[in-house]
Design a protein around this ligand. Structure first.
Ligand code: ADP
Ligand code: GLC
Length: 477
């Protein structure tokens, strides 16, 4: 079975969040269940060194925003079909935003071009390569199923995976023309969303299958609280919608041979994890003699993640003798808030503003617990890394967080099944309460270790989800 993926990020090459981890890890997992997955990805500057190594396999003169060519290259085990269109992607700044953090004004063209290239390849634009399924990720690739449907003829089936419905790719109707979209499809039963063009709605209307990244989020987005205005569209397509839980790359995230750590360890040598705590504290200037748990955050700093509520709970956290280490970038007021917290509680709170892959591994290994108080979370990957590293996740009961962490309630503790702490109320008071439970559990080393072992046993790899995707692909063809 041949699957063509289209996405705007792919780890380890270009990443702003979990989407990249998933697109980077899924092809290898799929190959183990006999699915060949190739990934159409924009050739952003970090990928330029790969272009000369690749082979040009297609050329398009009439994409939105001009011409582009497809360069096929295999790197780190992934077959990439790079869309080389320098006028759209060769620029400094971020994947989606300029150096001032503002969305690129031609994002509709950039990702319209990506989508159209994906649709053309799905229809056989590369000699000798015919995908069976077109599988697109998030709004940046969401016009591909629309272009495929517009072509009208015999076509492969298509599938959309929603990683985060908060990002929809919404633009004024004036862009329709330059995106070569049919204006007679611009109505509420088609591409229109409250007077605008919505990329994501396009895929919701025109894909054969829709998935999202956890079973709980698949249910949540059918409601006004989580559907971000698209709940009606999703309800209409509920029969085509399901949740497939993300996995993680258990080779890239393996405490037993992770080169970013001060000391490797596994469930049998858990004691050695402490060397990482010592190293992390030293690196961040945290008090080495503090006897409480070291909690961490590794996250985009946004309100989605509930970190404003965590900031309000910081005094309580410190009062209970815990330490907090924060690694992240994002909203300026949250960055400033955590900087201020570190100044207010030196030795107890440390903040590292920035994006640092290696450091994120040391954070996971060196901390006792990882805090993820999200208001919504389609899946979440950092709690899975936490489980794998024996770093107990403290999570809000939402989306994929609810699907992957077993709360330390009395029954779960007795059954030795508990892997973390789950709470409901994303407020300072709710977070303070769960921190109380955590500090009490930490004071009981036997209980804590039992939980760490249960966490490290919890399956977090891709095996069962890769099979679930293969089954969905098989149904489609
Ligand atoms: P989201 O995709 O919503 O940001 P996920 O939990 O799915 O949330 O994925 C986030 C990914 O980004 C994880 O791999 C996490 O380790 C990584 N990450 C987030 N912030 C940073 C940072 N400042 N430095 C390094 N890695 C980070
Ligand atoms: C999105 C979501 C996150 C999910 C990731 C990968 O960024 O916010 O919850 O884990 O996509 O699917």
């Amino acid at each position: 079975m041949n699957v063509l993926m289209v996405a705007s990020e792919c780890a380890p090459f270009v990443k702003t969040g979990g989407l990249a981890d998933v697109v980077g890890a899924l092809p290898a997992a799929l190959s183990r269940v006999d699915v060949d997955a190739q990934v159409v990805l924009p050739a952003y500057p970090p990928l330029f060194p790969l272009l000369p190594e690749g082979t040009e396999v297609a050329r398009f003169d009439d994409l939105p925003g001009g011409s582009g060519r497809i360069v096929k290259v295999t790197a780190q085990g992934i077959t990439l079909l790079l869309l080389d269109a320098p006028q759209l992607f060769d620029r400094p700044g971020g994947l989606y935003v300029d150096e001032n953090g503002k969305d690129w004004t031609d994002n509709h063209l950039r990702f319209g071009a990506l989508s159209m290239a994906g649709a053309r390849i799905a229809m056989g634009a590369i000699d000798g390569y015919q995908p069976d399924v077109l599988h697109v990720h998030d709004w940046q690739a969401a016009l591909a199923p629309v272009y495929l449907r517009m072509a009208g003829r015999d076509r492969p089936r298509s599938m959309l995976t929603i990683h985060n419905i908060a990002f929809q790719g919404r633009f004024g109707p004036q862009v329709l023309d330059r995106l070569h979209l049919k204006t007679d499809w611009f109505h509420p039963e088609g591409l229109e969303f409250h007077g605008d063009l919505s990329f994501l709605k396009g895929a919701l209307m025109f894909s054969d299958r829709i998935t999202t990244v956890s079973p709980t989020y698949a249910r949540e987005i059918l409601t006004p609280e989580f559907g971000m205005g698209l709940e009606g569209v999703l309800q209409a397509r509920a029969g085509a919608l399901s949740g497939v839980l993300n996995g993680i790359d258990t080779d890239a995230w393996n405490p037993a041979d992770d080169t970013a750590l001060a000391q490797t360890y596994d469930a049998k040598t858990l004691k050695r994890k402490a060397d990482n705590k010592t190293a992390l504290r030293a690196k961040l200037g945290l008090d080495p003699d503090s006897s409480g748990p070291l909690l961490c955050v590794v996250s985009r700093l946004t309100n989605q993640k509930g970190l404003d509520a965590l900031l309000d709970a910081v005094p309580h956290l410190v009062e209970r003798g815990a330490q907090l280490a924060v690694l992240g970038t994002g909203q300026p007021e949250l960055e400033q808030g955590f900087r201020d917290a570190a100044l207010a509680y030196p030795g107890q709170i440390a903040t590292h503003i920035g994006y640092d892959e290696g450091l994120s591994h040391l954070f996971q290994a060196g901390s006792d617990a990882i805090l993820i108080p999200s208001r919504f979370e389609p899946c979440g990957l950092t709690q899975l890394y936490g489980l794998r590293y024996g770093t107990l996740p403290v999570v809000a009961r939402t989306g994929g967080l609810a699907d992957t962490v077993i709360d330390a309630n009395i029954a779960a503790i007795q059954a030795k099944a508990a892997t973390g702490f789950v709470f409901t109320d994303v407020t300072a008071a709710g977070i303070a309460q769960v921190i109380d439970r955590l500090v009490d559990a930490y004071a009981d080393p036997k209980l804590w270790q039992t939980m760490q072992r249960a966490a490290m046993r919890h399956p977090v790899g891709w095996d069962s989800s890769a099979q679930a995707y293969r089954d969905l692909y098989a149904e489609l063809v």
